[in-house]
Ligand binder design. Structure first.
Ligand code: FNR
Length: 341
C-alpha cells in the first residue's frame, strides 16, 4: 500500500473507529469554590508553551499531509481556523514530503493559510538533523514536533522495527535547530521516566498523547489480517500521563489524548499541563460540521474554559494549574502504585 493511501486510510479509520476508551479525566474532580472572587471578564487564557506566548491553552495537533488533494484541503481548512482563533497548529508527519517533494504543497498550505500564526513541523523519531531542518524550513515552523510511535510502527506490517538511537537523534536535533523541540506520543501516553529523558535531551516540551482518544492500535489493526489486539489495551491514560510528566522534572506539558471538551482541557491543566492538544475531535468536527462549525466548536471550548476558570476561582492558567482537585478511581490507583502524589 502506498504511503499516500495509508494517510487517507488513517483519516477514514480515525473517523470511523479511532476514538476508544477512557482518558482518565473523569477521575479528576475540581473542588467547588463558593467564594471564587473572579470576574468572567478578567479571566485570562494566556499561556506560555516552550518559550512561546500563546493567547489560549489549546492547539490543533498533528494529523495530516502527504495524502494529495484531500489532505491538502483538510490542512488548509484547519490552518484557517487556527489562524482566526490564534491557536497553534501542527502538521502531520512530513517524512513523506522529504521522500516525495510533490507532496510538500499539502503541508505548505498550512503556512500559506496562516501567515502569522504558530505552526509546528512534525517528524518521526527516525529523523536526523537534516530531515528536521528541511521540515521546519518547508513550513517556516515556529516549533518542531518529534513523534514517538513505537506501538503504531510495530502493528504496521511494513512499519519500523528498530527503535534504537532515538534519544541521541533528539539531542542532535535540539542542538542544531533554532526553534523549540516538542516530543510527542500519539495515543499511548508518556511515562515519568520518558519525560525526564526527553527533558535531559533538551526538548522544551512533552506532549503526553495519552490513551483514551484516537487509538492507532485500533486504526492500524483495521488494516491487518491478524490484528494485534493486545495493543488495543495498551498505553498510559491521558490523566495519568500528565501527572507522570508533571512529577518528572520541569518541562512544559501539552496534555493530549482524547481531549474533546473544555472540561477535559481544564482538568488536564489542573493536573499540570500548560496547553492541550486535540486531533481526532477536530477532524470529526471538520467532517461533520465543516470549517465554520469547527471554528465555532473550538471557540465555544475557549468560552467554556473561561466559565470553568471563573467557577474554580482561577483568573489565569497558572492559578488553574494550582487549583485543588480530587483524584479518584483507576487514576488514583495508578498514581499510588507509581508513587506519584
Ligand atoms: C494523528 N496523529 C499524528 N501525530 C503525529 O505526530 N504525526 C502524524 O502524522 C499523526 N497523524 C495522525 C493522523 C490522524 C488521522 C490522527 C487522528 C492523528 C496523532 C495525533 O497528533 C494525537 O497525538 C493523537 O491522535 C491523540 O490525540 P487525540 O486524537 O485523541 O486528540
Amino acid at each position: 500500500m502506498s504511503r499516500e493511501s495509508r494517510k487517507l486510510d488513517h483519516i477514514k479509520n480515525a473517523l470511523a473507529s479511532g476514538a476508544r476508551g477512557e482518558n482518565g479525566l473523569d477521575d479528576i474532580h475540581f473542588v467547588h469554590n463558593s467564594l471564587p472572587e473572579t470576574n468572567v471578564k478578567d479571566i485570562s487564557l494566556n499561556t506560555s508553551l516552550a518559550g512561546m506566548d500563546l493567547s489560549a491553552p489549546l492547539l490543533i495537533n498533528a494529523m495530516t499531509g502527504g495524502g494529495g488533494e484531500q489532505t491538502e484541503a483538510i490542512n488548509g481548512s484547519l490552518a484557517e481556523v487556527a489562524g482566526q482563533l490564534q491557536i497553534p497548529i501542527a502538521v502531520g508527519s512530513q517524512m513523506a514530503a522529504l521522500k516525495d517533494p510533490t507532496q510538500q504543497e499539502s503541508y505548505k498550505v498550512v503556512r500559506r493559510n496562516n501567515r502569522r500564526g504558530k505552526v509546528f513541523a512534525n517528524v518521526g523519531s527516525e529523523a536526523g538533523v537534516s530531515d528536521a531542518l528541511q521540515c521546519a524550513e518547508m513550513i517556516e515552523a515556529d516549533a518542531l514536533q518529534v513523534h514517538l510511535n513505537t506501538v503504531q510502527e510495530l502493528i504496521m506490517p511494513e512499519g519500523d522495527r528498530d527503535f534504537t538511537g532515538t534519544l541521541s537523534r533528539i539531542e542532535a536535533i535540539v542542538r542544531e535547530l533554532n526553534i523549540p523541540v516538542i516530543v510527542k506520543e500519539v495515543g499511548f501516553g508518556m511515562s515519568r521516566e520518558a519525560s525526564a529523558l526527553i527533558q535531559q535531551a533538551g526538548a522544551k516540551a512533552v506532549d503526553t498523547g495519552g490513551s483514551g482518544g484516537t487509538s492507532f492500535a485500533v486504526i492500524e489493526n483495521e488494516r491487518r489480517e491478524r490484528p494485534l489486539e493486545f495493543f488495543e489495551d495498551w498505553g498510559i491514560p491521558t490523566a495519568v500521563s500528565i501527572a507522570e510528566a508533571e512529577s518528572s522534572l520541569d518541562i512544559d506539558i501539552i496534555g493530549s489524548g482524547g481531549i474533546r471538551t473544555a472540561y477535559d482541557t481544564a482538568k488536564a491543566i489542573a493536573l499540570g499541563a500548560c496547553s492541550c492538544g486535540t486531533a481526532g475531535q477536530v477532524l470529526n468536527w471538520l467532517h461533520t460540521k465543516g470549517q465554520r462549525g469547527t471554528h465555532e466548536s473550538l471557540e465555544m471550548m475557549m468560552k467554556d474554559i473561561t466559565l470553568i476558570m471563573t467557577a474554580v476561582g482561577a483568573a489565569d492558567i497558572k492559578s488553574l494549574q494550582n487549583a485543588p482537585v480530587v483524584i479518584l478511581g483507576e487514576t488514583k490507583d495508578w498514581l499510588e502504585q507509581r508513587g506519584i502524589d
